[in-house]
Design a protein. Structure first.
Length: 144
């Protein structure tokens, strides 16, 4: 996925009003998608306005730093973690983040944007990073 495609998705998949219940529905949709397509289990983390509103580790998943790393990447960049990956060659800040174990310069973190302001992040980990990203995008398309 190229820079413009990722940015277009970020612009398109915004909320007029996000709620904790919408976050739960998005998470359940991601879980259903994984089960329906018989993918291996994923971990999901959703934070909104500084609160952890959902976290789930599907069977076979263990606690790992990837969800929090993706969250930090989204919140510090104001963009999806996939965008930091796509732009890492041209952005010196993202190049530094690649060496910093508190960031995840890869797909799987997406901003919760409300009226053009990033208010949180939806993070998925466990598949190839572009598949993690796609799971979030597929769910967001149903709820934004």
């Amino acid at each position: 996925m190229n820079k413009e495609a990722v940015l277009n998705l970020e612009r398109e998949l915004q909320f007029s009003k996000f709620t904790h219940e919408i976050g739960l529905k998005i998470a359940l949709d991601i879980i259903e998608n994984v089960q329906e397509h018989k993918r291996k289990g994923v971990s999901i983390r959703i934070v909104y306005e500084g609160l952890l509103i959902f976290q789930y580790l599907m069977d076979g998943r263990k606690e790992s730093p990837w969800l929090k790393r993706k969250e930090k990447t989204v919140l510090d960049s104001g963009h999806s973690s996939l965008l930091t990956f796509v732009m890492s060659d041209e952005n010196p800040e993202y190049q530094k983040w690649m060496k910093d174990e508190t960031y995840a310069v890869c797909g799987g973190g997406f901003p919760i944007t409300e009226k053009n302001e990033v208010k949180g992040a939806i993070c998925v980990s466990g598949l190839h990073h572009e598949e993690d990203h796609r799971l979030i995008v597929d769910a967001l398309k149903k709820f934004t």
